[in-house]
Design a protein around this ligand. Structure first.
Ligand SMILES: CC(C)(COP(=O)(O)OP(=O)(O)OC[C@H]1O[C@@H](n2cnc3c(N)ncnc32)[C@H](O)[C@@H]1OP(=O)(O)O)[C@@H](O)C(=O)NCCC(=O)NCCS
Length: 174
């Protein structure tokens, strides 16, 4: 799906920046008192969607969540800080980067505990895919994230083609 007939809207990465803070409660943790990975993925999905909404200004659905790194455990009572931004917008999809920190409220220190990349697809109220504004990277970091997002998309597409070819070969054998 491509834009046609009118100039494509352009937004900055900073316009999509979103932040969420959560206090880790016993219900969110495993038997060791550490935050459950699935609960953290839920928070990552939510803060990622916020950035995608702000960029697309439309409904979005999560198409994929990849490259989640759980770097350090998060404990009950910790303050979780999640930040997200759109790294790059394609046609109807956007790659969002999420970074997660823990704030030790007593010491006032911050520790990076996780990172993730997600792809959201913009849809209208009927669930039909809609084009999203382009993203204009401005800072050096934004330009690097923009280029990296393009490389990740290429790799995803190659993998998809490989799977399709393997499936076609399997069907041809049957
Ligand atoms: C995501 C979804 C809209 C893609 O629809 P589709 O008909 O398969 O669309 P296409 O294959 O034509 O791809 C559409 C766009 O999504 C992107 N996309 C599709 N699958 C993707 C994936 N697994 N990872 C990343 N991007 C993906 C494509 O690259 C394309 O991007 P572009 O328009 O910017 O070029 C569809 O699969 C869907 O509705 N999935 C369920 C979403 C959902 O419910 N999420 C919550 C999970 S509980």
């Amino acid at each position: 799906m491509e834009f046609s007939g009118h100039p494509r809207l352009v937004r900055n990465a900073a316009e999509s920046e979103s932040e969420m803070t959560e206090l880790v409660l016993p219900n969110d943790t495993n038997t060791l008192g550490n935050l459950l990975g699935g609960r953290l993925m839920h928070f990552i999905d939510l803060v990622g969607a916020m950035a995608a909404y702000r960029h697309g200004r439309t409904h979005v659905v999560t198409a994929s969540m990849e490259h989640i790194d759980f770097i350090a455990p998060v404990h009950v009572g910790d303050l979780l800080i999640l930040k997200s931004r759109v790294n790059r917008a394609f046609n109807t999809s956007m790659e969002v980067g999420v970074k997660v920190w823990v704030e030790n409220t007593i010491a006032g220190t911050h520790c990076h505990v996780g990172s993730a990349y997600l792809t959201f697809v913009a849809v209208d109220s009927q669930g039909r895919r809609v084009p999203v504004p382009a993203l204009r990277p401005e800072t050096e970091d934004e330009k690097r994230r923009y280029e990296d997002a393009g490389r990740r998309r290429e790799m995803r597409q190659l993998e998809l083609e490989r799977k399709r070819a393997a499936k076609a070969a399997e069907l041809a054998k049957a």
